[in-house]
Design a protein around this ligand. Structure first.
Ligand code: SAH
Length: 223
């Protein structure tokens, strides 16, 4: 490797490590999650003009009016899913594919749905370039879920809805966890729904957050 490229690579690795340290200090304890964040090159999932900001604790624009979620939120939501490694995970809102790439390190299979065609296309080629082979990106309205590949051990919704879409609850396997932001368009609660082995549902609120809107049949109207 040319020397300046080598130096740039080292800087990237250091910046990413600092990002992970800050996220750990912020309260994310799960070593598996922190390790996954340390291995996903977030700078390769951003528009080039922003790649120098890739390891800031911040959401950033990715085009089409959408954002890549802040890495601390990605970490907290991923931790809340309590993945062991053998799960099938459904993600609603592929966006940049950063969250999907993190999940790919922690679960067996990820099914991700994006409603904006250009973002779905870009996400597929970005995941290809990273060599991620256990994520499939589908174009469509994720508020309906994807029964054909379910039920799911874990479901993550990465856009803010008014309520947890019923089809997603219905596609949650016994013992499964669903995590996502629900509330108004301006502010949401991060909610975790757990389905007990006998089918009973438990709902927890994990904190306040702000996401781009979940738009679809069981979400907000497009505007
Ligand atoms: N997980 C993404 C977050 C992107 S922002 C990341 O790591 O970058 C949320 C994404 O959800 C946007 O790309 C938006 O287009 C998408 N979205 C909103 N409503 C949706 C729906 N009903 N189905 C699928 N995707 C949706």
């Amino acid at each position: 490797m040319e020397r300046s490229a080598q130096a740039r690579g080292d800087r990237t690795v250091r910046a990413r490590r600092r990002m992970v340290e800050r996220i750990a200090k912020g309260g994310v304890r799960c070593e598996r999650v922190l390790r996954a964040l340390d291995t996903v090159p977030r700078h390769l999932l951003l528009p080039e003009a922003l790649d120098h900001r890739a390891y800031e604790i911040s959401s950033l624009p990715i085009g089409e009016g959408q954002t890549i979620s802040s890495p601390d939120i990605v970490a907290a939501m991923t931790e809340a899913l309590q993945l062991m490694g053998d799960e099938t995970v459904l993600e609603i809102g592929t966006g940049s594919a950063y969250q999907a790439a993190v999940l790919s390190k922690l679960a067996a299979r990820v099914v991700s749905i994006e409603r904006v065609p250009l973002l779905a296309t870009r996400a597929r080629s970005a995941l290809d370039k990273l060599g991620v082979s256990n994520v499939v990106v589908h174009l469509g309205d994720g508020t309906r879920g994807r029964p054909a590949d379910g039920p799911y051990d874990a479901i993550i919704v990465t856009a803010g809805g008014h309520e947890v879409p019923q089809p997603l609850i219905d596609q949650l396997a016994p013992g499964g966890r669903l995590v996502g932001p629900f509330g108004s368009r301006d502010t949401q609660q991060l909610v975790r729904i757990t389905r007990g082995e006998q089918g009973a549902l438990k709902r927890e609120e994990l904190g306040v957050c702000l996401f781009v809107p979940l738009v679809g049949e069981h979400g907000w109207d497009a505007k």
